[in-house]
Design a protein around this ligand. Sequence first.
Ligand code: SF4
Length: 494
Amino acid sequence: MPETNVPEDDAIRCDACPVLCHIRPGRTGACDRYGNNDGQLVRLDPHVVLDHALTRGDSVVPFLGRGQEWDGNIVSGPETFITAIGAGTTYPDYKPAPFIISSEVQGVDMVTVVTEGIFSYCGVKVKIDTDRHLGPETKLVRARGEPVGHVTTSEYGSQMLSLGGVRHLTGGSRGEGAVTCETLLNLCNRKPVELTVDDGATLRVEAGKPPVVDGAQEERMRVGCGSATIGMFAKQWFGKVDEVVVVDDHITGVLSEHQAGKLLGVPRTGIKMKGRRSTPGRYFRVAEPGTAWGGTNLEDPLSILLGFNPKIAWPRLRLLMVSTTGEHHAYFELDDSLRPVEKDLPSALSESVARIQENCEPALCTVLFMGGAGGSLRSGVTENPVKLTQSVKVALTRVTCGGAPVYVWPGGGITFMVDVTRMPENAFGYVPTPALVAPIEFTLKLSDYGVLGGHIDHVRQLSSMAPPGGRRHLSAHPDNPWPLAPAKLPRTGP
Ligand code: SF4
């Protein structure tokens, strides 16, 4: 059972976060990260070290299990990177970070400052590859009934969610904060999460896995919008069919009117479409958003046709209607009254539908953790925090998250985003304030570290430090740039 901050005679106090748990022997604190081991406060998880030699061609695999001690022979060099996973946290912030490790890379003395940061303002951006409408923009996204974020702008065939952030973590009820923290933790640790959107869909989201929308697993991300699909496949349809309508909630394409059809010499068909004509062969809002054809609410694609001009169309005119993933498709021929009659899809057109499907990429959920290291966390790195920010901005200091590359936003602070699938598994923890705990590392030249007011007295060789939880040796993610790669070393300071 986790302990709370109720004092006990034989308890010790954990001061790694503001909760300040009193932990009795053999027990853990409220976050399960720290425990009382025979009167010693210990970080329970092993400290994760990445080894470049194991990385090449390998995926991230455990080398030593939890509880197994690293042999102590390690000397931090260009083939070893010290992550902050399992490193622990120091609190209050002015204390030096738990590990400030020296290394030598091609004759240059480097230092990596690692800490498990406590992020009370953090969030995640979730990209969900699906045409299916998840819910109107700005609608609340809920987990276990609590609001944890909202639907944001949809871009390029993916629906976007913005979850977490300070208003949900700290600005609502206690339950809202706790569920938001739990949701972020699970998403960042690549566990599946059930979400509902107000006036929208029910979702199952898991980083790196296909989304499940209203119980249906999404297979493909669309090849493009309806207009782009016409542009890509017009040649393959030419001569095999008289008209193609690519149904899409955003831009529905019509072959005979589209520039791609015009250039090929596709004759006019007299087709009349619902919706708002943007430019020739491109229609907006042919239907309402939904989870059927092309992200619309259409179960019957013919409902977006207003008919055919009898002066132009002709009986037995061949019409293909298809969605942007090829998942929905239907073939029609006009009867003598110019009404579409559904027929079996000719084999020549089956190939083109299959080609659309073939060109769709697998639909996935992407989770980007968004944290900020521009606040008090910097004090664990340097006595003059703004110098760290400036050093990051001019690329003298590299920021990584569990060894994974981050994107640092321009502008104020050190606000960064990282793809959680590029990090070692279970790299995230939490504290019940509530806040997420995430690894963050700053790597720079030792000489630059001194210039920016770093805690030089606390720089150590890794081999001189034995974390109580032991060390776990992992190969780095093969797609990540090696954090200490010479070609990637920060340039020399002025
Ligand atoms: S919540 Fe965890 S880190 Fe915070 S005081 Fe308790 S045991 Fe320590």
